[in-house]
Design a protein around this ligand. Sequence first.
Ligand code: ATP
Ligand code: FE
Ligand code: MG
Length: 333
Amino acid sequence: MLLALESSCDETAAAICTAEGDILASSVASQIEIHRKFGGVVPEVASRNHILHVRPLVEQVLAEAQVKLGDIQAFAATSGPGLVSSLLIGTSMAKALAVAESKPFLAVNHMEGHLLSPFMAGNGPPRRSVALIVSGGHTMLIHMTGVGEYRLLGRTRDDAAGEAFDKIAKMIGLPYPGGPEIDKMAAKGRADAHSFPRSFMDGESLEFSFSGLKTAVLYELPKLDLKSESSLADVCASVQEAICEVLVEKLVLAAKRCREKLVTVSGGVSCNRGLRAKLTARCAKEGLTLLLARPDLSTDNAAMIAYAAAQRFQLGHTSPLEADVDPNLPLVA
Ligand code: ATP
Ligand code: FE
Ligand code: MG
């Protein structure tokens, strides 16, 4: 059994899984309400709240899984990428537990957690596939041939997809985090109301860019009546369509290029209902098998970190107690 902690940004989370990666307990303490009044995450506020939450969470998952600390074989924590002051809380706690219990410590890459999350909840083991990771800070296409065997196919040159959702939502007056808000409003709007730009859609590039979309919405703002719910819904539906179309097309292109039939999608943006519907329809048409991370495993959580740690632990990996945190830890060297 492994116990994992996640504290890379503003969610404090703990989880326990078996050596095979079955989740026995998982709990997330969200700080969304605390950061909402600032319109985004304030690093020092986040780290102070991690300190308050982390120990109760460890006790909570131990109780929920009905296991004793002594039964845990290894302690894991996210070591990057993320906010340094946040990462230090989870890693310090996991290391302290490892020292106290004389058990190994594992430093986990947060993006590997997202990458492997579609294989959780009975969809495992992780295997050959093309992955789209769409989160708050990343938009990446990865060719995966096994655990730890990842090749970067393309990434965003500027904003991540989640960042585009969040920044555009802020511009049109929706609360933080904007992704789920745009998702909700988009359901009531017309996706063809505005024609927003789609970048690098030449049928060849696997790179992304969302800053042009953000600028296009900014220029459109003076013409919009955002007090009208239907006009706000139309903007949301059109923005969501522009983002999702690019994501779906590039994932399909990447799968063809790598000659893979299995595609996976993970990260917070994969919760988006418009994206899920588009992916499901398009993959069926292309004869691709689609594995979507379960929504509660898509946004930040420790279950995915425990799962990634279990996969690594099975391969014999552990990390030294001196292992540092890295705000820019790359998934692919
Ligand atoms: P990273 O993993 O890159 O470090 P992160 O951990 O902040 O970033 P996640 O927690 O995976 O990112 O995802 C959060 C992002 O997902 C936010 O940008 C949020 O707006 C977006 N998101 C969540 N739900 C939805 C949704 N239904 N539609 C669109 N975006 C969404
Ligand atoms: Fe994340
Ligand atoms: Mg987050």
